[in-house]
Ligand binder design. Structure first.
Ligand code: PMV
Length: 312
């Protein structure tokens, strides 16, 4: 049996604007992971793959899945890449503690865990950049115009400063900082938020470009704060980023309630993370205040909370 996993992620600054060429910062969240397990089976013909993904109640043979199902796509991409002449029948079991469609990178982590487990099991583990490229192809199913930040941060497994088309920069923070993550419980497919923003951008390009530019400047200010060890300035920058995300229409009442609760209970900044319209929010907290912020978030309706320490 071969097992592989990949972490979740959050976007600290710059979601949406990153799709339009502006910088963004993303951080892996190792407290949640997707895991893929590949086992040889004997009861069917070579080349058959049985897929079990209990979290999405999927129990099927690969050939029964539609071609552009994300799991079928990542398996076919992996097999095309390593091109095994023949292989024994396999069982692929996928489990994940990353909430689905919630901005924590569940789809990407599943893709990368599958590439890793399958290619390793078949004796040809793929290099990180190939894993990333294959996961990026699948992102295109989730929404047509992915920036590539999700697959990149999962592969680097470090906080990154990311601009589409550039080599990502790993951000080293002298002083670790703590984030509390709160889940609204409302799932929100990335494609919906991204296409809503795309339509609005087409209708009012100057306004949206100006907002994306302002978001990008916040992300580059945040990069300097992390590098120059001024992490106490990140909270206020998160609040500014949230205001601009509200301006482009991707916040939601549920996110607003959790963000207010986090700020009222001691967080120095809070914002939605990922595509928005639901999903998760993040709050910058002093480690001593993390418990009270988590309690406040749950009282305000978060279906779950977790905390992560960002350090490199
Ligand atoms: O997949 P999500 O919900 O974490 O959102 C990704 C961030 C976006 O900027 C909205 C999309 C992208 O491709 O960068």
């Amino acid at each position: 049996m071969t097992t592989a996993s990949a972490p979740g992620k959050i976007i600290l600054f710059g979601e949406h604007a990153v799709v339009y060429g502006r910088p963004a910062i993303a951080v892996p969240v190792r407290e949640v992971i997707a895991t893929a397990e590949v086992t040889d089976i004997t009861y069917t013909a070579p080349g058959e793959i049985h897929i079990e993904a209990p979290d999405i109640k999927l129990d099927m043979w690969l050939h029964e899945l539609i071609q552009d199902h994300p799991l079928a796509r990542i398996i076919h991409l992996t097999l095309d890449e390593i091109d095994p002449k023949t292989f024994p029948p396999l069982r692929l079991r996928i489990t994940s503690t990353i909430p689905i469609s919630s901005g924590l990178g569940s789809g990407t982590a599943v893709s990368i865990a599958v590439v890793r487990a399958l290619s390793t099991h078949l004796g040809q583990p793929l290099p990180l950049l190939r894993q990333s490229a294959l996961a990026f192809e699948v992102e295109k199913i989730h929404h047509g115009t992915p920036s590539g930040i999700d697959n990149t941060v999962v592969i680097y497994d470090q906080p990154i400063y990311f601009v589409q088309g550039d080599e990502p920069e790993i951000l080293h923070s002298k002083t670790p900082f703590t984030l509390v993550i709160g889940d609204t419980g409302r799932t929100s497919p990335t494609a919906v938020a991204v296409s809503q923003v795309r339509l609005a951008w087409q209708e009012n390009t100057p306004k949206y470009e100006a907002t994306f530019e302002a978001i990008g400047q916040i992300a580059s200010q945040a990069r300097r704060c992390i590098m120059e060890d001024r992490v106490q300035e990140l909270g206020p920058l998160m609040n500014q980023n949230q205001t601009l995300l509200e301006d482009i229409g991707v916040s939601s009442p549920e996110l607003g309630v959790l963000i207010d609760a986090a700020l009222a209970s001691g967080a120095s900044g809070a914002k939605l993370s990922g595509a928005g319209l639901g999903g998760n929010m993040i709050a910058m907290v002093d480690p001593d205040d993390a418990d009270q912020v988590e309690i406040a978030l749950r009282e305000a309706g978060a279906v779950r909370t977790l905390r992560t320490e960002v350090s490199t």
